[in-house]
Design a protein. Sequence first.
Length: 225
Amino acid sequence: MFRVLSISGVVVLFLFSHIIYGQSTKRYEFKSMIIDYETESSVMGTKTKGTKTVWIDQFGEKEASYTKATTTMSLLGMNSTEEKEDLSIIDGKTAYTINLIEKTGFKSDITEMQNMANAFALNYQRNGKKYKNLREFVEDNKGEWIGEETFLGKKCEVFVLMEVKMWMYKNVVLKSEGQMKGMDITETAKSIQEGVSIPKDKFKVPAGITLTDMPKGFDMETDEE
């Protein structure tokens, strides 16, 4: 959708870093899931629409996310478009972030991602506090805990954090809507398949991709368009 760490991404980082849910080796409560999303954002004459598919297997040990989007820009009577096609993969102890249009990507050790997630999440902790649950984290960071709602037949925890409303099911954000840095954003799941078989090739790097190691100290918030 846009190459900025979203507010839902902040929540995912907390879950990934185990600050909320302890040192569990399982990132999710379910073994496998496939989610199809529609995404949309707009700001100052720039609109982006796209789709995203997420595949999760082995309780999150393997995860892949494929995003395809078109951005239309209108400025001073001139229009332009830009295509985006990205793939991210977590395969055991290795993570990949791939630009499928440029056929380039970064590779990193999952331990490094863990350390980055821990460091980033600490920015949202107050006085080193460790939260017992998601609700405590949301409310302590000036968010609003709404409660439970059913979305696509799934019972979700619903809350607002930094002007973004989210519907979370088993640690997966199924829907988010609101504003971030002046940008109107929505990401909405259109279908969910839980407990399904995931093809192994979903977690393989496509042929023809040039990979480099992720730079040390890579800033998780600066990957902007």
